[in-house]
Write a protein of this length. Structure first.
Length: 147
């Protein structure tokens, strides 16, 4: 079955754009100068979160640049991947905010837990990348056999 790769890429880009919005969504135009200064202190956190998301987007872009055809399996894996990315931005934003601004933990156990949550998200993102590459290679192998 021949699916539109461009539609999958367009939807994926829209999800990444929404994820980037989730990183910034809490930033509002301040009413007072002191509030503006506090937001400026959050800029490194935003920059780190955005960089991490941009690197994941670039990896996703490279994957779809390398494949010519997609199947249902690749579409479903991509949807699962995008779901994980949307959730992943919350622990990512929280962790980078902690590293660049001020501590938000009442104990060291909580610090360890956020690294575990972040690590699980990181592993899921790249595990799904590996499954998508595997699925794409099977499509490619099937095309070679049919020639």
């Amino acid at each position: 079955m021949n699916h539109s790769k461009q539609r999958v890429e367009a939807f994926s880009d829209a999800v990444f754009a929404f994820a980037a919005t989730l990183i910034v969504v809490s930033l509002e135009v301040p009413d007072h100068f002191d509030d503006l200064k506090e937001i400026i202190y959050l800029f490194p956190s935003f920059a780190l979160s955005f960089l991490a998301l941009a690197l994941i987007w670039k990896t996703h872009y490279n994957l779809f640049r390398r494949i010519e055809h997609i199947n249902n399996s690749l579409i479903y894996l991509n949807l699962l991947f995008l779901f994980v990315v949307l959730f992943y931005v919350f622990p990512l934003k929280f962790l980078t905010g902690t590293l660049t601004f001020k501590s938000r933990f009442s104990s060291l156990d909580q610090l360890g837990e956020i690294f575990i949550i972040y690590g699980i998200g990181f592993m899921l993102v790249f595990f799904l990348f590996s499954l998508m590459y595997k699925s794409a290679s099977k499509i490619h192998e099937g095309e070679k056999k049919s020639i």
